[in-house]
Design a protein around this ligand. Structure first.
Ligand code: CP3
Length: 355
């Protein structure tokens, strides 16, 4: 890690928290940084104003709108990070796999991935040519945000699930059938997706992202032995490449209580925890070797401030002042989330949080 990242006096709260691990001198008593997954989006009236109709991918490719949308939650909430307005499927869309995001549904492919021949639809990503808008948006945001920008990519299982199922799935039947039935093809596909993730993340860091998050949101559908065999090697490759670049790495999944230790092993500095697993248990499962991000139940942000206040304080108490806590929801902001409640959560975490 470059020395500048470890200078606690000048580091933004987000990056300092990401480095509060054993072996790195802690500076207790700092405020807890806070941001929200999916902080940009349909919960914000100002988002709906600029979003327009049609596929989100066209908005992502429009740097003026993407810059504005990325900055909206930073302005409104005073969060400690911006997260690039993009999607986990943007890179595979950009290489021409044939995928779109249907509003209200999610990513859908007309011809899902089903055989080795489909690997030809996943040529290597040349970020500067395929995603020129991504670097431009990042440069614009970094020039204006005043807080670090988080870059991201989809993890192998989550991305593969959309390509193989062809749409959002609850059971992951087809992707698991491929994994168990054609392990060689599974590993080839995952390796290609890992290379695409590395290419997009590297370009994001080069353009100014200070930290990266690997969203393997649906990996919790796997039991630990299967995760270890089929997913971990590929996530490890991605996170190792980011380690070379010297940026802190967050690794996140939903329903991942049984995988937290493995997700840390993959090479994370921060592990994202969903709302089901108390941070105290997550800390024990990760052996205290990573910082933790989370983990208010997103549904709480759709209700009253009284409940949100109690639950926010519960999350802070659960962390119990341990160094290395980045406050977040256990999953993304919901379209029904109340922006007023989200803003009060940020203020409360800044007032009361200490790590
Ligand atoms: O503010 C942010 O967090 C940054 C932007 C972001 C988006 N998608 C924009 C988006 C991020 C980090 C993502 C990641 C993403 N996309 C994940 C991983 C995180 C998670 O939620 O687990 C996944 C699984 C996807 C795939 C995806 N894209 C889904 C399931 C959907 C929802 C479909 C819907 O309309 O309900 C999308 C669309 C999407 N991506 C929206 C946003 C803001 C919805 C709003 C819109 O269409 O304008």
């Amino acid at each position: 890690m470059p020395a500048s990242f470890l200078d606690a006096t000048t580091l933004p709260a987000l990056l300092r928290a990401a480095h509060q691990q054993p072996g790195i001198p802690g500076t207790p008593g700092n405020r807890v940084p806070v941001w929200f997954m999916r902080q940009a989006g349909r919960s914000l009236p100002e988002y709906k104003e600029v979003r327009g109709e049609g596929t989100i991918l066209n908005v992502i490719a429009d740097t003026d709108r993407a810059t504005e949308i990325t900055l909206q939650p930073v302005r409104r909430y005073g969060v400690d990070a911006a997260i690039l307005y993009s999607d986990i499927v943007t890179p595979v869309w950009a290489v021409g796999f044939g995928i779109d995001i249907t509003p209200g549904v999610g990513p859908e492919c007309e011809e899902p991935f089903s055989s080795a021949a489909d690997l030809q639809r996943l040529r290597p990503l040349e970020a500067s040519e395929d995603l020129p808008f991504q670097a431009e948006t990042i440069r614009n945001v970094v020039a204006q945000a005043g807080v670090p920008l988080i870059g991201f990519a989809g993890g192998p299982f989550t991305l593969a699930s959309y390509l193989v199922e062809g749409k959002p799935s609850r059971t992951y039947t087809k992707v698991k059938a491929l994994m168990f039935g054609q392990p060689d093809l599974w590993h080839k596909l995952s390796d290609v997706l890992a290379d695409i993730a590395i290419a997009t993340l590297t370009a994001q860091v080069e353009a100014g992202a200070s930290m990266v998050q690997l969203f393997d949101s649906w990996a919790g559908a796997l039991r630990p032995e299967h995760y270890t065999e089929y997913v971990l090697p590929h996530s490890t490759k991605i996170l190792a490449a980011m380690g070379e670049l010297g940026v802190p790495r967050t690794h996140f999944g939903i329903n991942s209580g049984e995988l937290l230790g493995l997700m840390a092993d993959a090479g994370a500095d921060v592990v994202g925890v969903d709302w089901r697993t108390p941070l105290s248990i997550a800390r024990a499962r990760t052996g205290g070797r990573v910082a933790l991000q989370g983990n208010l139940d997103p549904a709480i942000t759709t209700g009253t401030w009284a409940v949100a206040q109690t639950e926010t304080l519960r999350v802070l108490a659960d962390n119990d002042g341990h160094p290395g806590h980045i406050f977040n929801l256990g999953h993304g902001v919901m379209p029904e989330s109340d922006p007023g409640v989200l803003k009060q959560i940020v203020e409360l975490v800044h007032e009361e949080g200490s790590c």
